[in-house]
Design a protein around this ligand. Structure first.
Ligand SMILES: Cc1cc2nc3c(=O)[nH]c(=O)nc-3n(C[C@H](O)[C@H](O)[C@H](O)COP(=O)(O)O)c2cc1C
Length: 309
């Protein structure tokens, strides 16, 4: 047998996980490829490595980038591995991903993510080895996608009764990160449903602030909806033209103008609120009523306590 084929086969006897390594290229274009050369290297400092063939058309992009992200795939993400190992023009097409820290493309629903600052590269034979310092990491207890002898496999985790998915992260104790992640997890599905129905986020905030019969001045409405005055004014102009809100222009200054829903506005708000309630129930279905009330109370208190001296 050809010795390099024999060696390739022997290398393949080392079972590995599979990851997609990503970075941002020119003009922030997301770039990524499937790898199994990932390895953890050191805990203190937290270092990882992976290697890229020196014939890769993406070599220059990774060499020019200061950061990369390692997305470790779950047993259900085989199609993602195939897509990122293919010659597809847009490997990110149809992939659920977002921008992490430093704008790195991060794939959702993986079993672990490491967002890294590149520290070193080493030319080694026909590959370039990239070392990275882990700046943020996340993991959860899903089953991994495996690669062995040129074939995909999965590993079944031993049952762990009573323990839900645990996550640990460098950013885990940081309040802003927790709030942003929770907000993203809770809102993403519903906001896309709203925009699918032609309702923007600012419209939605205005509708629920005024529902059912609140008459608010523009200043209070801006505060409640977390909207800047020009955005609020633009949205109100649109909603008034569509017959969903009514403005009482009699009041003196601009911020004093009173706003309320029309009958049609109330109807649209009510329809979407029913969907919002359904979505909330779905999101919180694993919480007890006491936990839900506790969570809401703590969130209500947070801005008040933060503001009080
Ligand atoms: C399971 C698996 C693991 C792979 N591991 C690596 C790797 O560690 N390094 C590498 O350079 N290519 C690896 N590849 C190959 C690349 O994903 C593939 O060649 C891809 O087309 C390379 O993209 P690019 O050369 O366009 O950047 C792997 C492919 C598969 C399917």
């Amino acid at each position: 047998m050809d010795t390099s084929l024999a060696l390739r086969r022997a290398f393949g006897k080392f079972a590995t996980g599979i990851a997609v390594v990503t970075t941002s290229g020119e003009g922030d274009a997301p770039c990524g490829l499937t790898i199994n050369s990932f390895s953890s290297v050191s805990l203190k400092p937290p270092l990882v490595l992976w290697s890229l063939t020196d014939s890769s058309p993406n070599l220059a992009t990774f060499l020019n980038a200061s950061h990369f992200a390692i997305n470790i795939l779950s047993g259900e993400q085989r199609a993602i591995s195939d897509q990122f190992a293919s010659k597809a023009d847009d490997r990110f097409a149809g992939i659920d991903w977002f921008r992490g820290i430093n704008g790195l493309p991060v794939i959702r629903n993986t079993i672990a993510t490491f967002e890294c600052r590149r520290t070193q590269t080493v030319n080694a034979g026909d590959h370039v080895v990239f070392f990275g310092l882990v700046e943020a990491s996340e993991q959860c207890d899903l089953e991994p996608l495996l690669f062995f002898s040129g074939q995909y496999g999965t590993a079944r985790l031993p049952p762990d009764p009573g323990a839900g998915p645990k996550t640990t992260s460098y950013a885990d104790g940081y309040l802003l990160h927790l709030l942003a992640t929770a907000n993203e997890a809770v809102s993403v599905g519903f906001h896309s449903e709203l925009s699918g129905g032609g309702i923007s986020l600012s419209t939605w905030r205005i509708l629920i602030a005024l529902y059912p019969e609140n008459r608010l001045n523009v200043g209070s409405l801006a505060r409640m909806c977390l909207l800047k005055q020009p955005t609020l004014t633009r949205t109100l102009d649109r909603l008034e033209r569509a017959g969903l809100v009514r403005r009482d222009h009699a009041a003196g200054d601009r911020r004093g103008v009173l706003v309320e829903l029309t009958g049609q506005g109330r109807e649209i708000a009510a329809g979407n609120m029913a969907k919002a309630r359904q979505h909330e129930q779905e999101v919180l279905k694993h919480y007890s009523e006491a936990e839900i009330q506790d969570l809401k109370q703590k969130l209500r208190e947070l801005p008040k306590r933060t503001q009080s001296g």
